[in-house]
Ligand binder design. Structure first.
Ligand SMILES: Nc1ncnc2c1ncn2[C@@H]1O[C@H](COP(=O)(O)OP(=O)(O)OP(=O)(O)O)[C@@H](O)[C@H]1O
Ligand SMILES: [Mg+2]
Length: 459
């Protein structure tokens, strides 16, 4: 029954209705067959009896005068005029054959078929090689001059029945096809609103909302379902709006916080460390103890190292002035910061033929920053490529030839609250763009592709 489960509702309704109609047609056909064959059999018997009685009446005079020729004539003519008659023969009162219509000799066992001839006609059914025969026996002059025997064949009856059955089957088939068409159309009309609801539900399940609600005037189950779906979509829309607002707020707050920490590190801690550096140098110069001087210089070097790290951290936390520098220069600086040591060889290529808003520049910058961090931390790559294309659309590719990213690793990272890629996705979503992560074998094992329309193109 898998095929049935796969059918649309209209198909299912049609199949069920067709099965019912077919069953009904079969039962009607059977009933028709048995009723009609009973009626026709009775009628055949009556006609056979009336032929036998008529021959008995007409033959009496010829028997009395011994006119065998007239008898032969009578039975042959009668047989010819009634095509359902298979044979006629006449027996005298002693049961001897006086005349018959068999062309190849009379089967003698037919004579003793009926019990002793009575006053009334008698009918018996026999099976012969020519099919089923109803044998009617009618006494001539109450049996004083013998009996007439007429065999009526059921072949004609069967033929008639078959013709009628064929006609009935043809009509049933026609009705069946018409019913199928009507039922299918009707089911389609009835289930069309359901189809719309299904399409809308599929849309919503992919996160797409429609500006218009579903308009159904009916107040039946489908109408109520549509109303429930409209309300559900409204709730979901509101939830999505709320979520967008929240994420925008979080991202802005995060940027602000980063800026504040970066400033704190640079202005407060950085200044303190610089002052410490000078003091250490002065102390080292002043002391006469050689060991002490060495120790102070070592502490000074450590402090200088920490200061450098601190400055780098501050730069990482606070993106450069993107509006002044422009995205291309900012990315060059970023890529430069990632080069060196075990880092892969990073190639940057930009084609900027449009302008980016501050939000867009910052998003691109942060995305590249996260992708490069991921490459350094997880990919084990020797080569990486960053390509930015700004036109009507902003398209960004970050590729590497490392171990490759898998869905399983991303899910595992998400379970452990690693939010890098999730953060990229959210930034992209806020700009109504989309992100794909894949590969381009054999060169690139991981390819981040991000695309969104520029603000100018969006409004
Ligand atoms: N370029 C890459 N090559 C191979 N694997 C990668 C790459 N980028 C990401 N991954 C895999 O995807 C996972 C998810 O990355 P994601 O940036 O979300 O988290 P994270 O880098 O582990 O942590 P976080 O970014 O929060 O500090 C990583 O843990 C890593 O297994
Ligand atoms: Mg990461």
């Amino acid at each position: 029954m898998r095929w049935f489960a796969k059918l649309r509702i209209a198909g299912k309704l049609t199949a069920v209705m067709m099965a019912i109609v077919l069953l009904f047609a079969l039962l009607t056909g059977l009933l028709f067959w048995s009723t009609i064959s009973d009626v026709m059999r009775a009628s055949l018997e009556r006609r056979g009896t009336s032929v036998a009685v008529e021959v008995a009446e007409l033959s009496s005079e010829a028997i009395q005068t011994g006119n065998l020729f007239a008898l032969e004539e009578l039975i042959h003519t009668t047989k010819r005029n009634n095509d359902f008659v298979a044979y006629i023969f006449l027996l005298d009162e002693q049961g001897r054959v006086m005349a018959h219509t068999f062309s190849k000799g009379m089967p003698l066992h037919l004579r003793e078929l009926h019990p002793a001839a009575g006053e009334e006609p008698d009918v018996m059914e026999i099976r012969t090689d020519r099919g089923r025969i109803r044998d009617v026996s009618a006494p001539i002059e109450g049996g004083a001059f013998g009996t007439v025997r007429v065999g009526v064949s059921e072949d004609a009856l069967a033929g008639l029945l078959k013709t009628n059955l064929f006609k009935l089957s043809g009509i049933t088939l026609g009705i069946l096809l018409l019913a199928m068409l009507l039922i299918f159309r009707l089911s389609e009309i009835l289930t069309r609103p359901l189809f719309h609801l299904m399409e809308r539900a599929e849309h919503i399940s992919k996160g797409h909302f429609s500006p218009r609600s579903i308009a159904l005037s009916s107040s039946d189950e489908i109408g109520r379902l549509a109303n429930a779906m409209n309300r559900m979509e409204e709730h979901l829309k509101e939830g999505a709006r709320e979520r967008t607002r929240l994420i925008r707020h979080i991202i802005t707050a995060q940027e602000e916080e980063r800026k504040r920490i970066a400033m704190e590190l640079h202005d407060e801690t950085g200044q303190t460390l610089t002052a410490l550096l000078f003091s250490l140098r002065a102390l080292a110069n002043e002391t006469a103890d050689e060991n002490m001087q060495k120790a102070l210089l070592a502490i000074r070097d450590e402090t200088a190292d920490t200061l450098t790290k601190l400055r780098r951290l501050a730069v990482e936390l606070r993106p450069p002035a993107l509006d002044e520098l422009g995205i291309e220069a900012a990315l060059e600086k970023l890529v430069h910061d990632y080069r060196g040591g075990d880092a892969p060889e990073i190639t940057l290529s930009c084609r900027i033929e449009g302008t980016l808003s501050d939000v867009e520049s910052l998003a691109v910058y942060r995305i590249v920053q996260e992708c490069l961090t991921n490459i350094i931390r997880h990919a084990g790559a020797t080569r990486a490529l960053v390509r930015l294309d700004v036109g009507e659309r902003i398209t960004l590719w970050v590729k590497d030839n490392g171990v490759g990213i898998t869905g399983e690793r991303m899910r595992a990272a998400r379970r452990e609250n690693h939010m890098g890629i999730y953060g990229i996705e959210e930034r992209v979503r806020l700009l109504a763009g989309r992100m794909e992560i894949g590969s381009e074998p054999p060169d690139w094992a991981t390819v981040y592709r991000i695309e969104f329309r520029t603000k100018g193109a969006r409004t």
